[in-house]
Design a protein around this ligand. Structure first.
Ligand SMILES: C[S@@+](CC[C@H](N)C(=O)[O-])C[C@H]1O[C@@H](n2cnc3c(N)ncnc32)[C@H](O)[C@@H]1O
Length: 424
């Protein structure tokens, strides 16, 4: 939007004022230049108008944005300087002209900076620490993780050195309490601060995503999913009974309609940056429904913390959801980009990597860089776990996803570092 605003200003100045001759002041100022009186002034006016229209197109294209901002600055300084020098009497309020143009140039440079950052195809959108794509300080996005740490515990060699994406710290802390040596990294400083506090004993609190889920849960009674029924459902522990209960009492038309609307990409885009919506599979509503059913069919609800948190926003009663241990289990939490951190350190220093689903929203060039960094940091035989919301590449990734007690994942790739490949 700001980019469009800058382009529109140039289009108005170039096309309307100069090429179509609708602003007589422009012509008067140009023709006030000593050697531009008469026909020469008309030609220069048309030339300037064409350059300004060209600038509008350039700004819109997003190509070399900082060079475009420099060109705008030079043109504006040149035109204003010339106007003040020779056409002073045609400028009603020079002070207003200068301050307005300064404000405009500030906007043009801000737009250039933002466009350059977006166009940097080697960077991940997670580095902004926000899901909404707006500028502002990084936010705490995740107060709890929706990733079943038992997948990692099964995939990694006991007691080995693990590189972990920190997020809210759940996986890192659970693995450390299970005897792994964990280094947990997150590009978002708000997540690292939060994860460190949790390692020191703080209770979990809500992040942006947790608040969104809490809002969605408030709608459930309106859809016929009463808290009492949900609790009864979650207390079941026989998959066959869970499936029957789900189909008989919970899976209804209103729920399906709400999922259809609420998970539509157009609606998701209202609150999320494009990159976070781009990887969502088509008909995400049906995809999520089938992943929910997969979870009811495979895992006893009663002791599944992920479905309790998802549907009721609370932990299962009297169930030990995570390994015992207590106290600070000694995870090293660091604020860094995963690819940069792994590439810049010594080789062969980790036996396992758990990368959450960080490649889901990242551009392919970032994926290549990250996997090269993983190969560099991987000890022989190191194992990598990579989740995705997307559909699985093969049966094995689908099987691992089905083993995860959290119903969200479409694919979990568990591979040795030597066999890594990016998702296309
Ligand atoms: C990928 S998100 C997904 C949430 C996750 N599935 C969960 O259940 O918490 C998890 C975390 O990864 C972090 N992250 C994303 N890309 C990263 C990167 N390249 N380097 C380090 N951290 C990253 C985000 O800041 C976020 O806190």
């Amino acid at each position: 939007m700001p980019r469009l605003a800058v382009a529109l200003v140039w289009l108005y100045q170039g096309l309307w004022c100069k090429l179509l001759g609708r602003c007589p002041g422009h012509r008067a100022i140009v023709q006030a230049v000593p050697w531009l009186a008469g026909g020469a002034g008309t030609v220069v006016l048309a030339g300037l108008g064409t350059i300004e229209v060209g600038l509008a197109v350039w700004v819109l294209s997003g190509w070399r944005p900082r060079l475009a901002a420099l060109a705008q600055t030079l043109l504006l300084v040149g035109m204003n300087g010339g106007g003040l020098l020779w056409g002073r009497e045609h400028i009603a309020d020079p002070g207003a002209m200068i301050t307005q143009n300064l404000a405009f140039l500030t906007l043009a440079w801000l737009v250039a900076g933002r466009t350059a950052e977006r166009g940097n195809t080697d960077a991940t959108p997670w580095s902004r620490g926000r899901l909404d794509g707006r500028s502002g300080p990084p936010q705490l996005l995740f107060g709890r993780m929706h990733e079943d740490w038992r997948i990692e515990a099964a995939a990694f060699h006991p007691g080995s050195r693990i590189f972990c994406i920190a997020s809210s710290g759940d996986t890192a802390l659970a693995l450390a309490r299970s005897g792994f040596h964990v280094t947990a990294v997150d590009v978002n400083p708000a997540q690292i601060e939060y994860a460190r506090a949790r390692a020191a004993g703080a209770r979990p609190g809500p992040g942006v995503v947790d608040r969104q889920q809490a809002m969605a849960r408030r709608l459930l009674p309106w859809l016929g999913l009463r808290t009492r029924d949900l609790r009864e459902f979650l207390l079941l522990s026989v998959p066959g009974e869970q499936m029957a209960f789900w189909h008989r009492r919970l899976d209804n038309l209103r729920l399906r309609l709400l999922l259809r609307i609420g998970l539509h990409k157009a609606l998701l885009r209202l609150a999320h940056d494009r990159s976070f919506v781009s990887f969502v599979p088509p008909r995400f509503d049906l995809v999520i429904l089938s992943r929910l059913e997969r979870t009811w069919a495979n895992h006893p609800n009663r002791e599944n913390p992920y479905v309790w948190r998802l549907l009721l926003g609370e932990d299962p009663p009297a169930i030990e959801a995570e390994p015992a241990g207590g106290g600070n289990p000694g995870v090293e939490f660091l604020c860094a980009d995963a690819a940069e951190y792994l590439a810049s350190g010594p080789p062969c220093r980790f036996d396992g990597f758990t990368l959450s689903n960080i490649l889901d929203a990242a551009p392919p060039a970032y994926g290549e860089r990250l996997l090269a960094a993983v190969r560099h940091a991987a000890a022989p035989g190191a194992v990598l776990v990579l989740r995705s919301f997307g559909e699985p590449r093969d049966g094995q990734a689908a099987e691992w996803a089905a083993r995860d007690r959290s119903p969200l994942w479409g694919s979990i790739e568990v591979n040795t570092a030597e066999h890594l490949h990016t998702r296309d």
